[in-house]
Design a protein around this ligand. Structure first.
Ligand code: FRU
Ligand code: FRU
Ligand code: FRU
Ligand code: FRU
Length: 495
């Protein structure tokens, strides 16, 4: 276990399970998140990693191959899954969905042009036998132009984009594609917002057709809007024009058979101008000499960062109607973005994984870009942040003694891997995929737009560690863009 620098003790969390319907929300507290800095080596010099190896993603080389042969920028990606997050190939074809954008755009301009595309490749081939770039064929966009814009009452949008989600396969090759449907209302020059963006959790249903020649879809010509931020549990655009509400991930819970649940990224439903955190959000133990006061934290600007992980429950079998439940986790005064949440089950425990940027932490909190994990006895529980109470599971190599910088302007002193990858998604067996953002130093960096090498973590109770023995590219690095199916379905997608 890493040596800890002096600092506050983490909050005590019991992992106790509560009914999914109850209004208990676990807190990733400031006391918890400050454990991240306690693990950082204060003597790590310029461009060195200050974080423990067991929680650090191995360095990705700068000479990475490109999975789309430079046809599109690729970032957030997700497999075809069932209710237990198993990953399927169909008739011998592995299939993934990815956010894609035109290569004529700068990589940082991609968010307002994002569309969902798909890739396929033959299943059952080990990573070392595949082409270096993962061997995917780019299949094109999932939706025809205009389809995903139809749900917006106000059709005067300037940009209409498709953001992350998840894809479920059902008998007969039916695919329910859950995603974030977004409309931006900007001025003509793409400048400031005329009115706040509109971000909704949405569903489109199609069918997959796969054979040895390739994969195509039919359907996906209609979108159902499932949920809009309610302002009660989940901050809406009136409370904050920059609200975060996206990234639906559906699953079933063996403890509640017959129900389908969804986790998603939200923000705590406070008004941006008057948001305040309380003593429970800080989470210090009585008498902790390193504790901050509520007044100090609220005066610091930290209440601008109030991420949460939402929960919803389907109220019909078609999964077209949903009701909100209270959030399962809040990160008030910790971070503003708890993105792409997912539920992962192992050994009777429930793991909530979510990604955070280094630059969305609140004042006084710092941590690497990467995936964070919380363990409990149910989908709603008093989640224990993994790894010494911190939450950190797999971060990019970083140096917390220096400013993070940004992917387009790395800080001079930052480790070249500070922004190497993002949007980590934990797959069966502890495999983790992510996309490459920026690799290199201030004077010499290369932007990504393709998937990173897959890595593996070993999960054991409330701790995890990187498996450096994994992979075909040495030192813990698996195949590039390796998103393997662990199950195959046959003709017509019977499962
Ligand atoms: C960057 C950003 C990211 C976030 C994405 C979607 O512009 O705000 O922090 O992941 O856009 O909102
Ligand atoms: C990875 C892999 C994948 C394939 C699966 C088949 O080890 O070879 O490429 O889909 O296993 O079991
Ligand atoms: C994560 C993310 C998601 C969002 C998408 C937008 O990288 O910010 O939360 O759906 O990217 O591009
Ligand atoms: C139409 C369609 C297109 C997409 C193609 C994929 O049925 O969904 O939008 O490009 O199929 O095969």
């Amino acid at each position: 276990e890493p040596y800890l620098q002096p600092g506050p003790e983490p909050t005590l969390h019991t992992q106790e399970a509560f009914s999914p319907e109850s209004n208990f929300t676990a807190k990733w507290t400031r006391a918890d998140a400050r454990q991240i800095k306690r693990m950082s080596d204060p003597t790590a010099g310029s461009r060195q990693n200050s974080m423990p190896e067991e929680y650090t993603m191995p360095d990705i080389p700068q000479n990475f191959p490109d999975m789309s042969n430079e046809q599109v920028w690729v970032w957030d990606s997700w497999p075809l899954t069932d209710e237990n997050a198993n990953q399927y190939s169909v008739n011998g074809q592995e299939i993934i969905f990815s956010l894609v954008a035109d290569r004529s755009l700068g990589f940082d301009d991609r968010h307002v042009y994002a569309k969902i595309g798909y890739f396929y490749r033959p299943a059952g081939i080990s990573a070392d036998q595949r082409p270096e770039n993962g061997g995917w064929t780019y299949g094109g966009l999932v939706f025809d132009e205009g389809v995903t814009g139809e749900i917006f009452e106000d059709q005067s949008y300037s940009h209409q984009t498709q953001w992350s989600g998840s894809a479920r396969i059902f008998p007969g090759g039916e695919i329910k594609l859950f995603f974030t449907d977004v409309a931006f209302y900007r001025d003509q020059n793409g400048g400031p917002d005329i009115k706040p963006y509109d971000s909704r959790l949405a569903l489109s249903v199609g069918h997959v057709h796969a054979n040895k020649h390739g994969v195509r879809f039919t359907g996906f010509n209609k979108v159902t809007s499932l949920l809009e931020a309610d302002g009660t549990y989940y901050q809406n655009s009136e409370q904050n024009p920059y609200y975060n509400f996206r990234d639906p991930f559906t699953f079933e819970d063996p403890a509640h058979p017959g129900e389908t649940y969804m986790v998603f990224e939200g923000n705590t439903a406070m008004d941006r101008a008057t948001a305040q955190c309380d003593a429970d959000d800080l989470g210090y133990q009585d008498g902790d000499p390193y504790a901050e006061t509520v007044t100090q934290v609220n005066a610091s600007g930290a209440p601008f960062q109030i991420g949460n992980v939402g929960l919803a429950k389907a109220t019909n079998d078609d999964l077209t109607e949903w009701e909100f439940l209270p959030p399962i986790l809040s990160a008030n005064c910790v971070t503003d973005q708890t993105e792409r949440p997912q539920i992962y089950q192992q050994d009777g425990k429930y793991y909530l994984f979510t990604i955070s940027h280094s630059t969305t932490y609140a004042t006084g909190i710092t941590g690497p870009e990467g995936v964070y994990g919380f363990v409990g006895n149910g989908i709603r529980s008093d989640y224990q942040p993994m790894n010494q109470g911190s939450g950190l599971v797999l971060g990019n190599p970083t140096n917390l003694n220096y400013w993070p910088g940004s992917p387009f302007a790395p800080d001079y002193n930052q480790h070249p891997g500070q922004f190497q990858s993002y949007s980590h998604y934990v797959m069966p067996g502890g495999l983790i995929q992510s996309f490459i953002d920026t690799i290199g130093t201030k004077e010499n960096f290369r932007r990504g737009g393709t998937l990173a090498p897959t890595v593996r973590i070993k999960i054991n109770g409330d701790s995890s560690e990187v498996d450096y023995s994994y992979g075909v590219n040495g030192y813990g690095l698996g195949g590039w863009a390796d998103i393997p199916a662990n199950l195959n379905v046959n003709s017509g997608g019977q499962i």
